[in-house]
Design a protein around this ligand. Structure first.
Ligand SMILES: Cc1cc2nc3c(=O)[nH]c(=O)nc-3n(C[C@H](O)[C@H](O)[C@H](O)COP(=O)(O)OP(=O)(O)OC[C@H]3O[C@@H](n4cnc5c(N)ncnc54)[C@H](O)[C@@H]3O)c2cc1C
Length: 399
């Protein structure tokens, strides 16, 4: 029943991702991390050329259906690639993951909407210059964790979608946390059609950049600085009625949970890749740094920490593989399992990146090394898409 042997194709994909992560993503992430002005960082050659090369290799379309131009990778093959890319840095893979939400959502859920797929998914998949980047926006100033609070009728998105003739008019603002918010040209927007139904009164709309859509400044932040985040404002943006990808209704929680299942798994692999990067660098350092006449690795306080990090990587990956396997074999996967895997992996990433900083002593906090960046990056993984507290509550409710 259990087989851990990758196929030849998976091995080749993994090898390609590993090379790209180490030769392209890591130097770019380190450079972007040090840039003071976020807007300049996302316009820089380090960011743009890295994305362009990622698109050339097809990392932006891994799980999109083949008939729409994607690579059609199964969840386990994609998993191997996400982990390997994240060893280079988590910001660029997070950019690709967030950018894949809208086209993948369209490709799966809007199967009947051929026109939208021709207009938005096919050009995205054909793009080798990273000219098409998308974002999805649910969170708002007053809607964070509440975005999954569908049983309280008083809570609703303030961004609204009003029907006028054969169009919807979108008005409101999505939070400054929206991944790719200030660089995207296509937005998947959760907007309220019927406030009396609470969050279940929201639908999901496809809104291209254009009149009535304004992208905010890039957020300046603690970590994952290679992932753009920014507010998106809609001031009467008009879209054809067919751009409503998902209508409001009782299906909302089901679809939302399906998105969370996939998102949890993606975030989990970022955490595993990040832990590996921190562990590999701390291990090498510990074998070279001599104190009290021997490499610090041979002091048990250090060796124990490294072995614990190794355990964490293996355990987190194992749980995530089970979640990916379930996603491949069961319709919409398993939210409880994916939540467990994500919370487990991201909490371990936070814990062990702090421990790996400690292994380097004073050098751990110096920007001469990468460890302090990994520690800062880890913090965001515990919050993105939904906080670990909220995913724990969701998982707990399913026990
Ligand atoms: C890296 C990153 C990327 C993101 N990308 C996107 C994106 O692409 N699109 C998008 O729409 N949003 C995005 N977000 C926003 C993200 O979804 C929200 O930050 C998250 O859902 C939490 O909302 P909040 O920040 O408003 O915190 P709040 O909901 O205000 O929560 C504040 C604190 O209270 C806790 N809390 C809240 N409710 C409860 C409860 N019932 N029980 C216990 N504790 C509770 C939370 O866990 C948290 O610790 C991103 C965030 C990050 C960090």
């Amino acid at each position: 029943m259990i087989d851990f042997k990758p196929t030849q194709e998976q091995l080749e994909l993994q090898k390609m991702a590993k090379k790209f992560a180490r030769e392209v993503i890591r130097p770019a992430e380190l450079a972007i991390d040090k840039m003071q002005n976020p807007d300049e960082a996302y316009a820089s050659p380090e960011f743009r050329n890295t994305l362009r090369q990622a698109y050339e290799l097809g990392f932006h379309k891994m799980t999109i259906n083949v008939q729409h131009g994607g690579l059609g990778l199964d969840p386990l093959s994609a998993a191997l690639v996400w982990e390997e890319l994240a060893v280079g840095g988590v910001g660029i893979p997070a950019t690709l993951l967030a950018g894949m939400v809208a086209p993948a959502f369209l490709s799966v859920l809007a199967g009947g909407k051929k026109e939208l797929i021709e207009k938005h998914v096919v050009p995205y998949c054909d793009d080798t210059k990273a000219e098409h980047i998308s974002a999805w926006g649910s969170s708002e100033g007053n809607i964070g964790s509440d975005g999954s609070n569908y049983y309280d009728p008083c809570v609703h998105h303030e961004t609204s979608a009003k029907k006028e003739g054969s169009e919807y008019v979108i008005t409101g603002a999505k939070s400054s946390f929206v991944s790719n918010g200030s660089i995207a040209d296509l937005f998947l927007v959760f907007a309220c059609v019927d406030p009396s139904k609470g969050i279940k009164g929201s639908g999901v709309f496809l809104v291209p950049l254009g009149q009535g859509v304004e992208r905010g400044k890039s957020m300046d932040k603690l970590g994952m600085r290679a992932l753009n985040q920014g507010e998106v404002c809609f001031d009467g943006a008009r879209i054809p009625e067919g751009n409503m990808i998902m209508p409001p209704g009782d299906n909302y929680p089901t679809i939302h949970n399906a998105i969370k299942t996939v998102g949890n798994i993606g975030v989990g692999y970022l955490a595993v890749g990040l832990m590996r990067a921190a562990y590999e660098e701390a291990l090498q350092y510990a074998k070279e740094r001599v104190q009290f006449g021997k490499p610090i690795f041979q002091h048990q306080a250090i060796g124990f920490r490294l072995f614990e990090a190794y355990q964490a990587i293996e355990a987190a990956r194992g749980l995530l593989w089970k979640a990916s396997w379930t996603l491949a074999n069961k319709f919409m996967g398993d939210l409880k399992l994916s939540a467990a895997a994500r919370v487990f992996a991201t909490n371990l990433a936070m814990k062990h990146t702090v421990e790996m900083v400690q292994i380097l002593g004073g050098y751990g906090i110096s920007k001469e090394y990468n460890l302090e960046k990994y520690m800062r990056d880890a913090k965001l993984l515990q919050i993105m898409d939904a906080t670990n507290e909220i995913m724990t509550i969701k998982g707990m409710a399913m026990l």
